[in-house]
Ligand binder design. Structure first.
Ligand SMILES: [Fe+2]
Length: 141
């Protein structure tokens, strides 16, 4: 497979940028949607989620800049004004973490042949997989 052009690579990275920004906003909403004492349980995890997803978004934006492009951000999301318990909050976090992981895996297939980009995506997949595994462990009944 031929190496992607910088514009093609930037387009792939834009998808991941949007995915991470969206996840960070969802974490921010979620941390404020947890009801009562449950907040004590999951607030540190959710706040760490806000921090980490923003950090990932920033790393991806830097990669896009390195390709000579300006990140494109076009997101649409809606978070309902509904209180959630600790377990439900983690379940919701798991759904968007899994969606992000899937997006990385999809991009990995599409950047095949571009070794530096492949390596970067692979290392992100390792981190994201660990995060998904941690959430799953917390959700074990
Ligand atoms: Fe991430």
């Amino acid at each position: 497979m031929t190496k992607l052009t910088p514009a093609e690579a930037a387009a792939e990275l834009n998808r991941l940028f949007a995915e991470e920004v969206e996840a960070s906003i969802r974490y921010l909403h979620l941390v404020n949607a947890v009801k009562g004492l449950d907040r004590v349980l999951v607030e540190p995890i959710l706040r760490e989620g806000v921090r980490e997803t923003l950090e990932h978004a920033d790393v991806i934006a830097k990669k896009i800049r390195a390709l000579g492009h300006v990140p494109k951000l076009d997101i649409q999301l809606s978070c309902p004004p509904r209180a959630v318990g600790a377990r439900e909050a983690l379940r919701i976090a798991l759904t968007f973490e899994e969606a992000a992981l899937e997006a990385y895996q999809d991009v990995l297939r599409r950047v095949e042949g571009d070794v530096p980009l492949e390596e970067f995506i692979r290392s992100q997949i390792a981190v994201e997989s660990e995060h998904v595994a941690e959430l799953k462990q917390l959700l074990v009944e």
